[in-house]
Ligand binder design. Sequence first.
Ligand code: NZQ
Ligand code: ZN
Length: 389
Amino acid sequence: MDNFIYHAPTRIVFGRNTVSQTGAELAAHNVRRTLLVTGGSAAMRTGAYAQVTASLDGAGVMHTLFSGVTPNPSLDLVEKGIAAAHAFAVDSVLAIGGGSVIDCAKAIAAGVFLEDYWAQVETRRPVTQALPVFTVLTLSGTGSEMNEKAVITNEPLARKWSLSGLCLCPRVSIIDPQLQSSVPWHLTAAGGIDAMTHVMENYFRGRTARAATGYFQEETTLQLCEGILRAIIMSLDELQRDGSDYTARANLAWAASWGLNGLSGSGLSGGDWTSHALEHALSGLHPQVPHGEGLAVIFPSWMEQVCHSVPDIFTRFARTIWGVSTAEEGVAATRQAFSRWGAPDRLSRWSIPASDIPRMVQNALSYRALGRIVPLSAEDVTSIYTRVL
Ligand code: NZQ
Ligand code: ZN
């Protein structure tokens, strides 16, 4: 097991009717004026916005609204949000939404201290100063409610890159699974698949310690990963039957938060993240591609590409997650589950032309994380995309 630092400082307030605690939580952090960041309409439709503002008013926290954050948020939006934060002289940001809204809020929180947000992203260095971030989660999947990353797209450059820094970890995240009872199935599935891939990006870096007993170097982390993966799979199956099932919503939400808060990568040297690099290259160029759906297409193709190079961990995955025997069967079972949940399995879903592949390959190769488990050439990356055209 490699050395690691585990530090997940976000306070989680989880469960039914917890949104009413938002005001008290912010007040306890000495917040006086906050920028409320929301997306299109989900925050309003779910009633979250009304509950949050009532709670803030009750606690004497002033607020101003910055709405209209779109999925795969753009740099342009972040810059508008930074201007709004300056204009209202806020001392914090409060996101109500899914990963896109939370990431945009985090970017605004950091951006108020930066001369040029994108220049900081390009340095690949963590930020050390940001306004305190708070979240009310309405869609589970990304884990952004409990981690230090903000993923933003620079549309003119077609680059979707993250900014990170411990100061971007939300101070408090309110997770009331009731807010997700009306999430349509395709978004539920995309979020669940995204959360699975966060765990899997780490998991496949596991290394055998003793072949004779099947004991791995990161046995504890791998078993935690397997538990999280099984919980997500079972919860998605339950939610496909009944999207209003509170228990399944709650379990999916909690598993997704743990999928990307540092735990699933502990001892695994930061995991792999090739599929995420390839998905970010895809949705950086085509922002209409939902992140979780892009991963549903790309991740199994990456598995197919590399599973023979690291057979022990892929065989373990096949056995413990899907109850099948071989690495290839594990890849097939993953594809079947994604397709049973209605996720796309080809890039043609978004009419991506083959002529875009060289640009996506070039973009993907600029990610430092690419190919940590199995080194990948430009030809290999081309194959991963081409296989699922
Ligand atoms: O725009 P609104 O009205 O809010 O609607 C959203 C959006 O259309 C809707 N939605 C959210 N809550 C809902 C709801 N619809 C009905 N009921 C509710 N309760 O869902 C749609 C998709 O929302 P979005 O926030 O885009 O989805 P997601 O949570 O999957 O976030 C995706 C973004 O997060 C980034 C992705 O790259 C992408 O930009 N990621 C962030 C990560 C992080 N910060 O750690 C890691 C991830 O790997 C990922 O890269
Ligand atoms: Zn993801």
